[in-house]
Design a protein around this ligand. Structure first.
Ligand code: BG6
Length: 484
């Protein structure tokens, strides 16, 4: 069955920077299902041709796959534009006619992609329903909702409720683009397509887990949004918790969307809620120097641009193994990495006082950039008595495979077009994640908050973060990837 992808928010940055380039790259690789049409909707009065021209320029700049004029022409012939206002039902009714016309009234799968400002999601969904656009009598209807899905538990519940009035849960695809990253999916393969790691993947052998998503950039032009959001809502509720779920989940019986998401949800449910003194003891918040001078930021802003959460997953596998989640803007470098630190040997029979320090085994999953996996282990330095040194087994995608890492949106768009929701967040998952973040956010506005520490740009967050880790007998793995 042919497919029509309708993008609401045709003129937003995401559409030109990510969605269209991803669709074009899929088309160029011959992966986009045959006969897929793309219809952009926004308020601007564009013609099909004017929109195509604009997209040609932006896609040239942003597409992974080298831009080829002939391929673009073939792709663009299936790209259309329909001017419309999210809050006008009449515009949705007119859109219904346009879509029927394009599809020649033939059975067609439709995917509605909400890339608009998040405040418009509920309205767009209601109008899709009112205009009969969710009706499935002539093909499957699906809706993709961009992040953020709500700004707290209450708003997420309201949005889920509004969504479910029009679409059944199986029709809803909530985006977390981290799940579309190849290296994040590779964690599933690494854990569940190999048998040698699983026996070690638990409290008996693992001392702690560090999940770091560091960004070198500051808030830039997004300050207006960011100052109301902050790092907890912008990064932890979604990306960081998703990574934690994938590291901590049990093996699903099958790779199917419900089985995978059931197991992920169990992890969230097992996270021990914080209370009382926990907020000051187990969280750190920071703000980079100069943040308050950015345009759109309150001069007294208390918004955190850096945070650490120490979470406990209270189940048989993970009891007593802290998960340290850390993310921030204006940090030393761009790196997303997961460190699984193993316990030291029960007895160290080699001379501890030798100059080299014995490092415990570490498994480093480098999500981006310089994607790969490294295993650090101790080795004997030849011809030097019993001197030890850390060596590593080093796997890098760039060395093993040719071609670029595809952008996360390619995988996510393809899965949504094909009806595979495994890499999308389910309603209960999103709500449970907000249920973890909300109390921390609330505590940070109260006397229970840890101090808001400032840090110079280009650091691994405030100095107190290192001291806090040291006090627990641990150390951050602060290593910037080497770019080739
Ligand atoms: C987005 C956040 O979800 O993720 C941004 O809103 C952040 O603030 C971005 O910069 C990071 O994504 P990536 O793929 O560049 O790591």
């Amino acid at each position: 069955m042919p497919t029509t992808l309708v993008i609401f928010g045709a003129s937003v940055d995401l559409t030109s920077r990510k969605l269209i380039p991803a669709l074009y790259s899929l088309f160029a690789k011959g992966r986009l299902p045959k006969g897929t049409r793309i219809v952009g909707v926004a308020r601007t009065k564009f013609t099909n041709e004017a929109w195509r021209d604009e997209l040609a320029t932006t896609t040239k700049k942003f597409a992974d796959k080298e831009f080829e004029a002939a391929k673009w022409q073939a792709f663009a012939a299936n790209v259309f534009y329909h001017p419309g206002d999210i809050d006008k039902l009449a515009d949705f009714q007119a859109l219904a006619k346009t879509l029927d016309g394009l599809e020649g009234n033939q059975p067609t799968t439709r995917l509605y992609y909400l890339a608009t400002a998040p405040g418009l999601y509920a309205m767009a969904i209601a109008n899709l329903g009112e205009a009969g656009l969710a009706d499935e009598s002539r093909g499957v209807r699906r809706i993709v909702v961009e992040k953020p899905f709500g700004t707290d538990l209450k708003s997420a519940q309201e949005l889920n409720k509004a969504t479910h009035k029009v679409f059944a849960e199986k029709q809803v695809y909530r985006i977390d683009h981290y799940l579309g990253k190849e290296t994040v999916q590779n964690i599933l393969v690494f854990r569940f397509a190999n048998s040698i790691f699983e026996p070690l993947w638990n409290r008996r052998y693992i001392d702690h887990v560090q999940i770091t998503v560091a960004e070198e950039v500051d808030v830039g032009r997004r300050a207006g949004y960011y100052d109301h959001s902050g790092v907890l809502r912008d990064m932890f509720q979604n990306h960081l918790l998703q990574l934690a779920m994938i590291i901590a989940m049990e093996a699903p019986t099958r790779y199917s969307s419900e089985f995978v998401r059931d197991e992920k949800l169990k992890v969230l449910r097992a996270i021990k809620p914080m209370s009382g003194a926990d907020f000051a003891q187990n969280t750190i918040r920071g703000q980079y120097e100069g943040y308050r001078e950015a345009e759109g930021v309150d001069v007294d802003s208390q918004t955190a641009t850096f945070a650490v959460l120490k979470l406990h997953i209270d189940n048989w596998r993970w009891q007593g193994v802290p998960f340290y989640l850390r993310s921030g803007k204006a940090m030393s470098c761009r790196t997303s990495q997961i460190v699984i630190q193993f316990r030291p040997p029960p007895i160290m029979m080699f001379n501890e006082s030798s100059r080299t320090q014995h490092e415990p085994n570490k498994l480093i999953i480098q999500i981006q950039p310089d994607e790969g996996i490294q295993l650090h282990f101790q080795t004997k330095v030849p011809d030097a008595g019993m001197t030890l040194s850390t060596a590593d087994l080093d796997f890098r995608f760039a060395r093993e495979f040719t071609g670029n890492m595809p952008d996360a949106y390619q995988r996510l768009l393809l899965d949504a077009l094909n009806g595979d929701a495994s890499l999308f967040s389910r309603s209960d998952e999103v709500e449970t994640a907000w249920g973890i973040i909300d109390p921390i956010h609330a505590a940070w506005q109260s006397p229970a908050a840890p101090p808001l520490e400032s840090y110079p740009k280009g650091q691994w967050g405030p100095a107190s973060s290192d001291k806090w880790m040291w006090a627990q007998g641990r150390q951050w793995f602060d290593v910037c990837p080497v770019l080739h």
